[in-house]
Design a protein around this ligand. Structure first.
Ligand code: HEM
Length: 222
């Protein structure tokens, strides 16, 4: 089978991604420890967990600003733009993940220079990067400086609501991470997506692209 390599993950993106993954894991572990541990038998000693959580949160904010500025001002941002017909493409990809993948059908949206993400990756990366992570960071900073939080919101404690939002957003990132880890294993081979994120190069299997073309030609003729 003919293969072609394309450079999809530049070094700056890989450095950001791996820093982000390490910091997120540190935040999730220390966050869970603070939330659930018995003070007498903590998973991580409480004061240590608080310090690691705060330092990781500050570093994550810097790394997020770095990511956001580059996405905003370079052509890399185009991969995150959800174009026309997105909903239909989303359904095609969902059908593939539910059925097609188990029947050995070809990927409906294989990776190429113009399209790095399939529609489900695109929407989930957008939600996690542009909504959930900022909410987690803003509520985290607010709790670092609690004097900035409004004390009373319609009769409820502002600090309680901020901390609730922070925990819900952090929990959502943990769920995203589990789903992300599963989906990165369903590339051409189990390890091919991980390899791409480490080397920067994604291997395109030319026959996959031809399969897709033939399938869609057949569909339009019927
Ligand atoms: C152990 C943890 C992680 C591993 C092994 C991992 C692995 C990967 C791999 C292999 C890719 C490339 C395939 C693809 O584009 O789907 C990727 C992309 C991506 N991951 Fe992760 N990831 C981890 C944690 C995270 C976390 C915690 C986040 C965010 C909360 C995240 C956000 C992203 C984003 C936004 C992309 C697309 C980057 C781009 O190309 O613009 N990852 N990850």
């Amino acid at each position: 089978m003919a293969t072609k390599k394309i450079y999809l993950y530049p070094l700056w993106l890989r450095i950001w991604h791996h820093m982000n993954a390490i910091l997120m894991l540190s935040l999730i572990l220390t966050g869970i420890s603070m939330q659930y541990s018995n003070p007498d038998y903590p998973l991580i000693r409480f004061d240590i967990a608080v310090s690691i959580h705060n330092i990781s949160g500050v570093l994550l904010t810097l790394s997020y600003i770095y990511f956001f500025v580059i996405i905003l001002f370079t052509s890399i941002g185009r991969y995150y733009v959800m174009g026309q017909g997105f909903f239909k493409s989303f359904l095609i990809q969902a059908r593939y993940y539910i059925l097609g993948i188990f029947r050995g059908e070809p990927h409906p949206f294989p990776v190429n220079e113009q399209r790095k993400f399939n529609p489900i990756q695109q929407i989930s990366y957008n939600i996690v990067q542009h909504a959930i992570t900022p909410i987690t960071l803003i509520t985290g900073w607010a709790m670092l400086y609690p004097e900035t939080i409004v004390l009373n919101v319609f009769g409820y404690s502002g600090i309680m609501l901020t901390s609730l939002l922070h925990v819900i957003a952090g929990f959502s990132i943990s769920v995203f991470l589990l789903i992300h880890l599963y989906f990165i294993t369903v590339g051409h081979t189990v390890a091919s997506n991980l390899k791409s994120m480490i080397t920067g190069y994604h291997e395109i299997h030319v026959d996959d692209e031809e399969d897709i073309k033939t399938n869609s030609d057949k569909k339009t003729k019927h």
